[in-house]
Design a protein around this ligand. Structure first.
Ligand code: NAD
Ligand code: TYD
Length: 341
C-alpha cells in the first residue's frame, strides 16, 4: 500500500467505525484503509465482512495502547481517523479504569506516533456528552463554544482525550480536526445501547427497560450520515477546527422514542418497564449543528422515524449478527438489569 490516500482507522470493527469504513470505501474505491481494532466485546469482524477481501483494505488485530505497533502503522498512512474507545456509559460506571486507559492513554499513544511520522491529518471522533447536560426547561443547545462539563466516567475520559488532541495541536503543531457527534443509531449497533436493546427485546417479546422517568432527551443521528460528515471533514475540513454533528431539530425524550419504536413494531405500551435510574444521568442533550452545516454543506439525510424503520428492518433480517452477541454478553445484562426494577 502506498502512503498517499491511506487512512489508519482505529476501532473500525465497532459500530460507527465499521459504518464509516463501508461508506468510505464505497465512495473512495481508489483509497486505502488500515483498520486497527482490539476486538473487545464491542468489536466484531462481521461488521466489516463486506470489505474484508478488498485489496485496498487491511485489518490489524491490535491495541491502540501498543506503542510499537502503532508506530509501525503510522509509517504506512497519510491520515488517521480515531474511533477506538470504550463507549458505554453504564459500563463506565461499573469499570471506569478501563475507560481511562483506552480513551485517554490510547489516544496519547496515537498522538505521539502521529507526530513522529508527520501525519497530515489526525481526525479525533468525540461525543456531545463532553458538554454535560442541558436542562429540560430551556431551548439551549450545545455549540462549538459550549464549555466542557462531563458527568460520567465515559464522558470525562472522552473530554480528557479531546483536551489532549487540542493540546498536541497547540503545543507540537499536530494537524488535527475534531468532531463531537450526538447519539448515533443504525445497523451494527451493539445491542446494549438503548435503540438496539429496545428493538431486540421487543423482537423477543421482552420489555424495554426505561431508566427513571424516561424524560431524558438525546439527539439521534443515523450512523451513515455521521460517516458522510467525517468523510467531508477529511476532504474539506480545516486543520484545528471542531465540527458538531447532530440529527434532530426538535427534542424527543426516551419515552417518546420508545413509543415510536413500539408503534413501528406494532406493540402496545405495556412493553415499557420503568427501572431504577442511571446514576449521574444527563437530562438533556441537544446540538446546534448549523455552523458545521454551513462549513461542510452537510445535513442529516433521514428523519428519525424513517431511520428507525430502516434500522428495525435491519435487525429483523440480521438476527444472526445480534443474537450471538446478546447471548455472549448475558453476564453484563444480568449485572446491569438485575435488581433494577
Ligand atoms: P463501539 O463501542 O461500537 O466500538 C469501539 C471499537 O473500538 C470496538 O471495535 C473495539 O473493539 C475497539 N477498541 C476498544 N478498545 C480498543 C483498543 N484499546 N485498541 C483498539 N481498538 C479498541 O463504539 P462506537 O459507538 O462505534 O463509537 C466509536 C467512537 O465514536 C468512540 O470514540 C465514541 O466515543 C464516539 N461516539 C460514539 C457515539 C455513539 O452514539 N455511539 C456518538 C458520538 C461519538
Ligand atoms: P445509551 O444508548 O446508553 O446512550 P448514552 O447514554 O450514551 O446517551 O442511552 C440512551 C438513553 O437511553 C440515555 O438517556 C439512557 C437511556 N437508557 C434507558 O432508559 N434504558 C436502557 O436500558 C439504556 C441502555 C439506556
Amino acid at each position: 500500500m502506498s502512503k498517499h490516500n491511506t487512512l489508519l482507522v482505529t476501532g473500525g470493527a465497532g459500530f460507527i467505525g465499521s459504518n464509516f469504513i463501508r461508506y468510505y470505501l464505497k465512495n473512495h474505491p481508489d483509497h486505502q484503509i488500515i483498520n486497527l481494532d482490539l476486538l473487545t466485546y464491542a468489536g466484531n469482524l462481521s461488521t466489516v465482512a463486506e470489505v474484508a477481501n478488498l485489496p485496498n483494505y487491511r485489518f490489524v488485530h491490535g491495541d491502540i495502547r501498543d506503542a510499537q505497533l502503532v508506530d509501525q502503522l503510522m509509517t504506512e498512512v497519510e491520515k488517521v481517523v480515531h474511533f477506538a474507545a470504550e463507549t458505554h456509559v453504564d459500563r463506565s460506571i461499573m469499570e471506569p479504569a478501563l475507560f481511562l486507559e483506552t480513551n485517554i492513554i490510547g489516544t496519547q499513544v496515537l498522538l505521539d506516533a502521529a507526530l513522529r511520522h508527520d501525519i497530515k491529518q489526525f481526525h479525533h471522533i468525540s461525543t456531545d456528552e463532553v458538554f454535560g447536560a442541558l436542562s429540560l426547561d430551556t431551548d439551549e443547545k450545545f455549540d462549538e463554544h459550549t464549555p466542557y462539563n462531563p458527568h460520567s466516567p465515559y464522558s470525562a475520559s472522552k473530554a480528557a482525550s479531546d483536551h489532549l488532541v487540542r493540546a498536541y495541536g497547540d503545543t507540537y503543531g499536530l494537524p488535527y480536526t475534531l468532531s463531537n457527534c450526538s447519539n448515533n443509531y443504525g445497523e451494527y449497533h451493539f445491542p446494549e445501547k438503548m435503540i438496539p436493546l429496545a428493538i431486540t427485546n421487543l423482537m423477543d417479546e421482552q420489555k424495554v427497560p426505561v431508566y427513571g422517568d424516561g424524560l431524558y432527551v438525546r439527539d439521534w443521528l443515523y450512523v451513515q450520515d455521521h460517516a458522510q460528515g467525517i468523510d467531508l471533514i477529511l476532504q474539506h475540513g480545516q486543520i484545528g477546527e471542531t465540527y458538531l454533528f447532530g440529527g434532530l431539530y426538535k427534542d424527543i425524550n426516551n419515552l417518546e422514542l420508545i413509543k415510536m419504536i413500539l408503534k413501528i413494531m406494532n406493540k402496545d405500551e405495556s412493553y415499557i418497564e420503568h427501572v431504577l435510574d442511571r446514576p449521574g444521568h444527563d437530562r438533556r442533550y441537544s446540538v446546534d449543528f448549523s455552523e458545521t452545516s454551513r462549513k461542510l454543506g452537510w445535513q442529516p439525510s433521514l428523519e428519525l422515524e424513517e431511520g428507525l424503520r430502516k434500522t428495525i428492518a435491519w435487525y429483523q433480517t440480521h438476527q444472526d449478527w445480534w443474537r450471538p452477541l446478546k447471548e455472549k454478553n448475558q453476564s453484563y445484562f444480568t449485572k446491569q438489569y438485575k435488581n433494577r426494577k
